[in-house]
Design a protein around this ligand. Structure first.
Ligand SMILES: Cc1cc2nc3c(=O)[nH]c(=O)nc-3n(C[C@H](O)[C@H](O)[C@H](O)COP(=O)(O)OP(=O)(O)OC[C@H]3O[C@@H](n4cnc5c(N)ncnc54)[C@H](O)[C@@H]3O)c2cc1C
Length: 463
């Protein structure tokens, strides 16, 4: 202990935050790049702020402009496959796909356009299924076939009914994106953390309160721990602070261009077996106007928070079965009203949300209608999507020597963290960078051409 009660030690790299971003960064640096002497600092137990609230899905299905999102995500999924293979699939990665469904014939054109765009961006080929004798096959429930990519587009009603008899009978088209599925995010995170600790990564419980940048370069990090303040001398710090990224940036005197949205999900017991246990992630692609009784309508109209629920709500009600073995749990998500907010913990969720999500899901899966009449017990949780304005993550150096960022992982951090951490590790280990690196560098905002693109940015890919 030095004078003033400040303990001092020095280390190669300090990572601030042990969510999936910080854990993946520690793993890729220590295990795959051989960097020694890394300290991972978090004031909470690892993977407990946002990274245990996710729906744990993944997809290589992302809109443009450009193919950078698809390329980064394909790299991330390659890495997930490697980890699954070497670990005996300890995190139960599957490849059931994302199944988009519509009951509006007018949407078929946009399905075709989206599938063609995905193919052009590298997500894999389009296969059309227009006859009852088509060779379309749903995915296996468990495991993953690495060759399965691209999109199947089904417009033959008897084929839809044969494979998905539980979907609304008026469903006219399905788009099945195949290099997609889900896994246990907690198991993945713990697996990477254990491997990283075997390679010497140390966990320190405490809060990063100050970063010393005297002379314009990182020199040390002050951490408040239960035992007092500790100074870690270091020339490199990685910000992986999740929803506190804005705050972490300020420790470096930077105003990082990120904001937060509160997102929730529900889990309920599907006692009626409305959704088969082998179902893919299933998404209703049509906007919905929910049917309320006159009494309910009047009540909703009186509430400023709920008034919009009587109007048409955006597309995207979705869900999937959750859990192995005898589990009858189903997850439901529907993002119909988000806005930028200051992150506060614990977050407050709207008590009307489970009913709205169930109503949306019952439109897609009619056997869920009884749940709207008599709500099952719903478990609701969630957290903050930390985002840049165009919903593309940040991974790479910051404009202070020795400072790096991995964050703004939005609603896709479980699936992208390996790709993002692999990219970050290439910067730090001074390896050749992948061609998509500039798309995730903070300095993209300094480029006038990129600023122009931002003005007319289309779909952000958020579900
Ligand atoms: C409802 C919901 C559904 C989602 N569904 C999916 C999905 O299906 N697929 C998918 O890929 N992603 C999904 N996500 C997104 C995913 O969960 C996040 O992108 C991811 O967890 C973000 O990880 P992170 O490490 O950046 O942040 P976090 O997990 O929040 O970790 C940040 C850590 O930094 C620590 N920290 C911050 N500041 C400091 C400091 N000064 N000192 C010390 N420690 C600090 C915090 O304590 C925290 O532990 C979903 C998210 C939500 C909310």
């Amino acid at each position: 202990m030095l004078a003033g009660g400040m303990a001092q030690s020095s280390t190669e790299i300090v990572i601030c935050g042990a969510g999936i971003a910080g854990v993946a960064a520690a793993y890729h640096l220590a295990v795959r790049r051989g960097v020694r002497d890394i300290v991972l600092v978090d004031e909470r137990p690892p993977l407990t702020l946002t990274s245990d609230k996710s729906a744990e899905c993944y997809r290589n299905w992302w809109p443009g402009p450009g193919d950078d999102m698809v390329a980064l995500m394909d790299r991330s999924i390659d890495l997930l496959e490697e980890l699954a293979t070497e670990s005996g699939n300890i995190f139960r990665m599957n490849r059931r796909g994302y199944l988009f469904a519509t009951a509006e014939a007018s949407r078929v054109g946009s399905f075709i356009g989206a599938a063609q765009e995905a193919a052009e961006l590298g997500a894999g080929p389009v296969r059309r299924h227009t006859t009852a004798s088509s060779d379309y096959r749903p995915s296996d429930a468990e495991g993953f076939d690495p060759a399965l990519r691209g999109t199947d587009l089904i417009t033959e009603p008897s084929l839809i009914r044969r494979h998905y008899p539980w979907l609304a009978p008026d469903t006219v088209a399905l788009l099945h994106a195949r290099r997609c599925g889900w896994f246990s995010g907690q198991q993945l995170g713990m697996y990477m953390l254990e491997r990283a600790r075997e390679r010497g990564v140390r966990l320190v419980e405490g809060r990063v309160e100050r970063i010393d940048t005297a002379g314009g370069r990182v020199r040390g990090v002050d951490v408040r721990t239960a035992g007092g303040m500790q100074t870690l001398g270091t020339s490199r710090v990685v910000l992986a602070a999740g929803p506190y990224m804005k705050h972490a940036g300020r420790l470096l005197g930077l105003d990082l261009p990120v904001f937060c949205e509160l997102h929730s999900k529900i889990a309920f017991n599907d006692a009626l077996g409305a959704m088969p246990r082998s179902a893919p992630m299933t998404i209703w692609a049509d906007p919905l106007t929910l049917s309320w009784s006159n009494e309910e309508r009047a009540e909703l109209a009186r509430s400023a928070r709920h008034r919009h629920l009587v109007a048409e709500l955006p597309p995207g009600a979705h869900g999937r079965p959750e859990g192995a073995g005898e589990s009858t749990s189903v997850l439901g998500v529907w993002t119909y009203d988000v806005e930028p907010v200051e992150p506060t913990f614990p977050p407050g969720f709207d008590s009307a949300h489970p009913e709205v999500v169930l109503r949306g899901m019952a439109r897609m899966i009619p056997a869920m209608a009884p749940y709207v009449e008599r709500l099952p017990r719903c478990f609701m949780d969630g957290g903050y999507y930390t985002k840049t304005r165009e919903n593309r993550l940040l991974s790479g150096p910051l404009p202070i020597q020795g400072a790096y960022v991995i964050g703004a992982l939005s609603g896709y951090g479980m699936m992208s963290s390996n790709g993002a951490a692999d990219l970050l590790a290439d910067y730090i280990a001074e390896r050749p960078l992948p061609r998509y690196a500039p798309a995730f560098h903070l300095n993209r905002y300094d480029d006038p051409a990129y600023q122009k693109l931002l003005d007319n940015w289309g779909d952000s890919g958020q579900l």
